[in-house]
Design a protein around this ligand. Sequence first.
Ligand SMILES: [Zn+2]
Length: 256
Amino acid sequence: MDIRWVGNEHTNSSSRQGYVPFVIVNHISAGTMASMDYWFTDPGNRVSSAHFGVSKTGTIHQYVAIERMAWANGLSSDQMSWATAPIVRQMKVNPNLYTVSIEHEGMDGALTEAQFQASVWLHRYIQQYILDKWGKDFPLDSEHVIGHFQINPVNKPNCPGPQFPWKRLYSALTPSEGGTDPMANLTDRIAALEMETKQLEQRLKQLEDYFQMDAIPEWARASVDKAVQSGLIDTPLNGSYDFYRLLVILDRKGLL
Ligand SMILES: [Zn+2]
């Protein structure tokens, strides 16, 4: 997995003023990856930016360096009480100062499998980058990995959207023994087992159909007739593929 630097040569990033980032905010771009690239590099855009964008095919674009503050989830001081994320209420400063923002291509938060995997990889990359750069470690849990709607539920209630896979994301980001929500892991595992059972049932049905043929195959009909006439078999129907093949071989050898 790698990151393509797209940049943003015009504006839309500023100093972190000494804050070290330790919170990741997830967003939905409400559009395509191409429109995200276009908007974040448009000289006419003087209002917003994000550090990263993840496309439906799983490619990652970077617009703002992690060392810089992107303009993705700003709150003025009188809006601070809107936030539902505890960390935002505790910090009491512009959330852009201590967050890293990830945009996802899409509309309602549903991610493709490739996009989900790329996003999981990117969360870990950001965590490691911050550890390497500043020696600051933070867990990828529900306190430190949040959605834009938890910062600004008034204007951004649907960012990243109702379909965003929070449970799956947290369980992928936290080691199984230290998961913040063990039930989420269990639910996912049960779902996976149910899926596996369904696939096995389908496979079994296929095998049964294959081994138990409804009709006598055309290529075996003459041999089956002979076998019935000679009294070798009395139930010519519902034989397996191998059964019919054996009869044909016996017939060719002149044994029927
Ligand atoms: Zn957002």
